[in-house]
Write a protein that binds this ligand. Structure first.
Ligand SMILES: Cc1cc2nc3c(=O)[nH]c(=O)nc-3n(C[C@H](O)[C@H](O)[C@H](O)COP(=O)(O)OP(=O)(O)OC[C@H]3O[C@@H](n4cnc5c(N)ncnc54)[C@H](O)[C@@H]3O)c2cc1C
Length: 434
């Protein structure tokens, strides 16, 4: 009999911390650790808006897996199917080759994908914002629109190219609009053919306040910062239709634009749809030990799992990195316990607050539920990310310092083709793989 195999699907916050814990807790001969993930890095998603804004090099948010997980065999692939009875997982690697992996313990940590609502034109014309490719594409695209706006002789085209719409005022959309606005400001330096007043950033949300899911005391200051910078914040408004050159809103207004970014929320990875497991709003239902009640050898954690929150009447924990990281660690400990190493425990985590970086010297934060704004919030936000990142800390800190001391480098590389980052294409790729 060989060693039991633990298979972890997805090495984001939950999967990465699960594997780190397993490597630490399990003796070397206790189990074979295998991870399936399409990339060879753990993506530190919360800093993606800074990549789009050009203050961080894209490599900074990609923490290499190999040096961090020396005992884990990484299979660079997408999991495409699971057979819970046979205890197998079908994967397709980056060159399209299929293989079947067996497992004794399965940990599902495949995260989430952008949520598409059935609004005409969104799939065809909106951009998503969840991957390095999307962030790099967006930075280039915004800079290209500034360039083309300056060159345009038709005033309508000039205005449309200089207008950028972000839909969704959660932490993703709010941070993205803040970073984007700073990027276009940098792009205008030394330019005489386009003025700051011609550039428009619009943030749209159905909710009555920005950062609707967070502490109300963060919303007012965040909206104030954005509005002071000229961002057009439109609340209690949604998108009715998107065309190639225009966004139509539910308040009857039309915004001519070539850029609409969809940050309306996320839903669990499509992989879980293919598995016969009980779900709640698409998330795999688990017990407080993170095990699937009907399949005790299957665990799930992070965005993909509906983990009961003991501090919130057993409702599923929100989809945040804070929960995913802690659930990943607990999944690792409980998988080890199921193999006879250590004791089983249940998930208990009280929300520690949130940080929202608004670019420049601005941020809002509520560490331990104490609301902060301005420089104190900025210091907390940066300190938090440096502590929470599993690697690349020095490089991130150096990028931040450089951004403080030198002018932002405003260049386009055009390396990411537009075809792959329209939301409909991203969704098709996810469905193909997942
Ligand atoms: C732009 C942005 C900013 C955010 N900012 C914050 C923030 O400031 N604070 C916060 O708490 N949260 C933030 N979040 C949310 C946070 O990033 C997520 O809650 C967190 O990443 C969830 O962790 P996870 O491990 O469940 O999934 P992920 O971190 O998404 O990891 C999932 C992993 O699974 C892989 N995967 C997916 N499908 C498959 C498959 N079929 N086979 C194999 N591998 C697969 C993915 O490639 C990925 O590596 C942000 C999210 C976004 C998009």
């Amino acid at each position: 009999m060989g060693k039991p195999r633990v298979l972890v699907v997805g090495t984001g916050f939950a999967g990465y911390h699960c594997l780190r814990t397993l490597e630490r807790v399990l003796p070397p001969d206790a189990a074979e650790l295998v991870a399936v993930n399409p990339t060879d890095y753990m993506l530190y998603v919360p800093l993606l808006p800074e990549v789009a804004g050009g203050s961080l090099d894209p490599r900074r948010v990609a923490v290499p897996l190999r040096p961090k997980l020396p005992r884990t065999r990484l299979v660079q692939a997408h999991a495409t199917g699971l057979d819970l009875a046979a205890r197998t997982c079908t994967v397709v690697d980056v060159e399209g080759r299929e293989q079947v992996l067996e497992w004794d313990r399965l940990v599902l940590t495949a995260g989430s994908v952008t949520r598409l609502l059935s609004i005409p034109g969104v799939a065809e014309h909106a951009f998503g914002f969840k991957s390095v490719a999307e962030a790099v594409f967006l930075r280039d695209h915004v800079l290209r629109q500034v360039e083309l706006a300056e060159q345009a002789t038709d005033p309508a085209e000039r205005a449309a190219r200089a207008t950028f719409v972000v839909v969704g005022a959660g932490y993703t959309g709010t941070e993205l609009v803040a970073q984007g606005q700073q990027l276009t400001r940098s792009a205008l330096r030394g330019r005489t053919g386009l003025s700051e007043s011609e550039i428009k950033w619009v943030l749209v949300d159905m909710a009555p306040r920005v950062l609707p899911g967070l502490d109300e005391r963060l919303s007012g200051p965040a909206a104030k910062v954005l509005r002071a910078r000229g961002v057009d914040v439109r609340l209690e408004t949604s998108v009715k239709e998107v065309t190639e050159h225009c966004a139509r809103l539910t308040d009857g207004s039309e915004i001519p634009t070539r850029t609409l970014v969809w940050c309306v929320g996320v839903q669990p990875d499509p992989l879980v749809e293919a598995v016969a497991l009980t779900t709640a709003k698409g998330r795999v239902v688990v017990d407080p030990t993170l095990a699937v009640p009907t399949h005790p050898h299957v665990f799930a954690a992070g965005d993909v799992a509906a983990v009961p929150d003991v501090f919130n009447d057993g409702k599923p924990t929100p989809m945040t990195a804070q929960h995913a990281q802690r659930q990943g660690k607990l999944a690792g400990r409980n998988v080890a316990a199921s193999l006879g190493h250590g004791d089983v425990s249940t998930y208990r985590h009280r929300d520690l607050g949130f940080v929202v970086d608004l670019a420049g010297s601005q941020a809002v934060a509520n560490p331990l539920h104490v609301p902060l704004t301005g420089l104190p919030a900025k210091a907390v936000a940066r300190g938090y990310h440096l502590l929470a990142m599993p690697g690349n800390r020095l490089r991130v800190a150096v990028d931040w310092l450089t951004d403080l001391l030198a002018r932002r480098q405003v260049v386009q590389f055009g390396l990411v083709p537009e075809a792959g980052v329209r939301l409909g294409d991203v969704e098709k790729a996810a469905a193909r793989h997942g």
